[in-house]
Design a binder for this molecule. Structure first.
Ligand code: SER
Length: 283
């Protein structure tokens, strides 16, 4: 399935669930001095989460152009070392502004992955924030994920709420516990499940992050409850494309191969065999 079809299916799925399709915002945030570049789909909705802006819809879906090359979410150091980082990417997302919360977010996620995209359930592992018994119970009892494949992740980054499973946009702003979905690319790829010593390998790749927006963090680090519980999800289009196109590296998906081949053709510096292109892609 081509990236364009994957994007279309995502947006149409959420439209069928009552979401308004909203255009990607500019990469440079319009009114947010805390960010140089948009780093995720929720940025254009930040004030809606905070309750200081209202929109004519309570459910939205986007495919947002994002850059992670500095600041709190910086992928730059990982480029060239992993199969999954490239600083500029598209983030597919669905958002609830005080409408549905954990239960529907998790059910929509599973339905889309397993029914629409047809991913085998046994290739998927999920994480929840250590204290989030509610999300754990939804995954286990309502979705039927075996509990060995629901991993609790606590404050593993040295401070309260500093966790792979507690998402913050930057130093301040809306934030909350999250639940992530990982795809297992198979034992031939090095890496281990989330929370294991080998988690940074490329075997188990995070494809989707469901954030349960509950707090606003101020400059002193104080957390106050948001006026409404909301949902912000983000799935890397290129990571999902790698899974659906049965390749391991994002650089091997059709979207990037087209660009890499065009660059090689225009610069005429590469031997245009598939093999050498793969070498370029791998590096
Ligand atoms: N904001 C979350 C993330 O970037 C989910 O969209 O992972």
């Amino acid at each position: 399935m081509k990236a364009a079809d994957i994007r279309e299916k995502f947006l149409k799925f959420f439209e069928s669930k009552g979401h308004t399709i909203v255009r990607s915002s500019s990469l440079v945030p319009g009114n947010d001095p805390t960010l140089l570049f948009v780093n995720s789909g929720m940025v254009q909705f930040k004030d809606v989460f905070l309750g200081t802006e209202s929109r004519p819809y309570s459910r939205a879906t986007t495919s947002q152009r994002s850059v992670r090359a500095g600041g709190k979410h910086n992928d730059l150091e990982n480029v060239g070392y992993t199969a999954r980082h490239h600083t500029f990417f598209e983030m597919l997302g669905n958002f609830s502004f005080g409408d549905y919360f954990k239960r529907d977010a998790i059910h929509y996620c599973w339905e889309l992955l397993t029914k629409v995209y047809g991913l085998p359930a046994d290739k998927l592992t999920v994480t929840v924030y250590q204290e989030d018994d509610e999300a754990f119970a939804i995954w286990e009892n309502e979705i039927g994920v075996p509990k060995e494949r629901i991993i609790r992740i606590g404050d593993n980054k040295g401070a309260r709420y500093a966790s792979d499973n507690f998402w913050t946009m930057g130093d301040t702003g809306p934030c909350g516990p999250c639940s992530e979905v990982f795809y297992d690319h198979g034992p031939e790829v090095w890496g281990g499940p989330p929370g294991s010593p080998e988690e940074d390998g490329d075997r188990f790749i995070e494809i989707w992050n469901l954030v349960f927006m509950q707090f606003n963090r101020d400059v002193q680090g104080n957390m106050t409850k948001l006026p409404k519980q909301s949902v912000d999800t983000g799935m890397g289009l290129e990571r999902l494309a790698a899974v659906l196109q049965h390749v391991h590296s994002n650089y091997e998906i059709e979207l990037f191969q087209t660009l890499i081949k065009a660059a090689a053709r225009e610069t005429a510096t590469a031997d245009l065999t598939n093999n050498s292109l793969k070498v370029i892609a791998d590096h």
